[in-house]
Design a protein around this ligand. Structure first.
Ligand code: 4NP
Length: 153
């Protein structure tokens, strides 16, 4: 079976989207998916995730320390089936980059997964509790996504 290719996008690719990537890979287990993450900004290319994202993932039994930051690029619209942005600003930047006819691959994460028209808040300037909140939102959304993908296959 052809894997569904999913890309998560945030601003820096060190806090939210790497966490979403690790959570979905963990929850999907042996299901046929390919998952990656990227940032709309290029400040953290090659960097590991933020230590607070690594820590919250580790507390929930998920290891994301080996992931590295990269910037989203136009070829991602060819390489992925579904591109989920963490917040509306990320989605607007993503859609501005999309080649003609492919902007429909981009959606707001919580809207697509849980039908909630709201952002995953940026935890970069928050304490550890902000990262815990983000973890739970992402975990709930990814779990719904796994169910959706199962129904599609
Ligand atoms: P993220 O959070 O978009 O969830 O990775 C941020 C990380 C870094 C920056 C902003 C947001 N930054 O300005 O470097």
């Amino acid at each position: 079976m052809k894997p569904v290719r999913i890309l998560f996008v945030c601003l820096g690719n060190i806090c939210r989207s790497p966490l979403a990537e690790g959570i979905l890979r963990y929850q999907a287990q042996d299901r046929p998916i390919e998952v990656d993450s990227a940032g709309t900004g290029g400040w953290h290319i090659g960097d590991p995730p933020d230590r607070r994202s690594i820590a919250v993932a580790r507390r929930h039994g998920i290891d994301i320390a080996g992931q590295r930051g990269r910037k989203v690029h136009v070829g991602d619209f060819e390489d992925f089936d579904l591109i989920l942005a963490m917040d509306r600003s990320n989605l607007a930047n993503l859609k501005a980059l999309a080649p003609a006819g492919s902007a429909g691959k981009g959606h707001l994460f919580l809207d697509f997964t849980l039908g909630q028209d709201r952002d995953i808040p940026d935890p970069y300037y928050e304490g550890p509790e902000g990262f815990e909140t983000v973890y739970h939102l992402l975990s709930e959304g990814c779990s719904s996504l796994v169910g959706k993908l199962e129904r599609l296959s």
